[in-house]
Design a binder for this molecule. Structure first.
Ligand SMILES: Nc1c(NC[C@H](O)[C@H](O)[C@H](O)CO)[nH]c(=O)[nH]c1=O
Ligand SMILES: CC(=O)[C@@H](O)COP(=O)(O)O
Length: 148
């Protein structure tokens, strides 16, 4: 499996933790991992679109990021639009994408989700990619001929 991890390292420490979980999950299945950093969660779908337009052939993508509510409505746009764009890419282009962008009210919630020994959302997103690559493969295969 050739996997691109796209990290929005808006919160560096939390990003390190999300990455640790994702890499551990992918290494367990011997995946080839490439890492790329973008400025924020909104740019994760952009990077996937660029990768698809290029020559490299990825089996799946893991998007990692953390969005923490601020004072304005910006939070809603970053959370909503990043998730929407990832869904659009996955469905319209038949891509495997794990959404590891945690969307939280505060740092305490973020840590509880990012830490590998707690909710490990980075690992969860990577495992979703591994599973969905297999789902896509199974559905793409021609069904076995029925014996009469
Ligand atoms: N507030 C957070 C952001 N905001 C930045 C945007 O994602 C984007 O980079 C900017 O609007 C420029 O296009 N990103 C996060 O990942 N986390 C946040 O909490
Ligand atoms: C999630 C955000 O976009 C946030 O960091 C922005 O903060 P603010 O709404 O205070 O500008």
């Amino acid at each position: 499996m050739n996997i691109l991890i796209i990290e929005a390292r808006y919160y560096e420490d939390i990003s390190d933790s999300l990455l640790e979980g994702a890499v551990a999950a992918l290494q367990k299945v011997g995946a080839k991992i490439t890492k790329l950093t973008v400025p924020g969660a909104l740019e994760i779908p952009h990077a996937i679109a660029y990768a698809e337009a290029g020559e490299r052939d990825y089996d799946g993508y893991v998007g990692l990021g953390c969005v923490i509510r601020g004072e304005t409505t910006h939070y809603d746009y970053v959370c909503g639009e990043s998730a929407r764009a990832l869904m659009d890419l996955a469905i319209d282009k038949c891509l495997v994408i794990g959404n590891g962008i945690i969307t939280v009210e505060n740092e305490e919630q973020a840590w509880a989700r990012a830490k590998v020994d707690q909710k490990d959302k980075g690992g969860f997103a990577a495992n979703a990619v591994i599973k969905m690559i297999n789902v896509r493969k199974a559905l793409a295969e021609k069904p076995a001929e029925k014996k009469t």
